[in-house]
Design a protein around this ligand. Structure first.
Ligand SMILES: [Zn+2]
Length: 283
């Protein structure tokens, strides 16, 4: 008799990584994940604008902006109490379960601009004293590194059921200088961080008795000259990659940001409500 395998989920968000650019850069860790499952282009649903706040809110709550109430990067009119984020739902459905969220963009994890998106907040690296330009790309890169390190430690030292980690740098480079070599390098840096996170999972003492669903995704693209929010393919075309139980290697599912929450609940054996627009990836 062997004990039942425990189920865990890691969700990794890379902000503003355009689909066609992703596929033109070196991402060995994402490629490995895609080989275990899939990497699918996602057209940001017409119910949402190509703006971070609404799309990450859809990823986290499973509903579009008409229901979650986040229409741009101002979260103050959110309806997260009616549409709780996926980590909160996991904790509510499974007493004793713990989750962890971390990211460099404040409204996701801090009481800023009507946030946090993730109830109870999470880890965001502190801005060093004396820094005046909080959009400085080297600062953002260092913050993303700190986020990755912290989450890797969490993955090693705790038995979280579900973890969300978010990297901001690609979007900030896109806004600062457009789709440039530095933008491409930022995406490759995110991939290296994915490698760190997956290595931490594989180093867990009970790894042999655990199943991990890993989901990596972006929220929107960027125009060549930078910026997003419009309806061009460069802005609308995002992507989701995932692997784990219930996902067949080589699958080519049609997926949407609203599918992330139903898939996570399904992977953990938890019920989803009937009126969610999305579905688990495998169906
Ligand atoms: Zn974004």
């Amino acid at each position: 008799m062997s004990a039942a395998r425990t189920q865990h989920v890691l969700i990794v968000g890379w902000d503003g990584v355009r689909d066609d650019v992703l596929r033109s850069v070196r991402t060995p860790h994402l490629d490995a994940l895609a080989a275990e499952g899939f990497l699918a282009t996602v057209r940001v649903h017409d119910a949402n604008p190509t703006i971070s706040g609404p799309v990450w809110s859809t990823m986290a709550t499973g509903v579009y902006r008409d229901r979650h109430g986040v229409h741009d990067n101002d979260f103050r009119r959110n309806a997260f109490d009616r549409h709780p984020d996926v980590l909160r739902r996991v904790r509510a459905a499974r007493p004793g379960a713990t989750t962890f969220a971390a990211g460099s963009w404040a409204p996701l994890v801090e009481e800023v601009s009507g946030g946090p998106l993730f109830h109870g907040g999470g880890y965001r690296p502190p801005i060093p004293a004396g820094v005046e330009n909080t959009d400085d790309l080297d600062l953002i890169a260092a913050m993303d590194d700190a986020v990755t390190s912290r989450v890797a430690r969490e993955l090693l030292a705790h038995d979280h059921t579900a973890v969300f980690v978010y990297e901001l740098l690609p979007d900030m480079v896109g806004h600062t200088e457009g789709v440039t070599d530095r933008y491409r390098a930022a995406i490759e840096g995110c991939d290296e961080q994915l490698g760190v996170l997956r290595a931490a999972i594989d180093a867990r003492p009970m790894r042999g008795d655990e199943d991990w669903t890993v989901i990596v995704l972006t929220d929107h693209g960027h125009r060549d000259a930078g910026h997003h929010g419009g309806d061009s393919d460069e802005e609308r075309l995002a992507w989701i990659a995932a692997a784990g139980p219930g996902i067949r290697p080589g699958a080519q599912p049609t997926v949407d940001h609203a599918d992330v929450l139903p898939h996570v609940l399904s992977a953990l054996g938890l019920p989803a409500d009937d009126d969610l627009p999305g579905h688990p990836f495998s169906s």
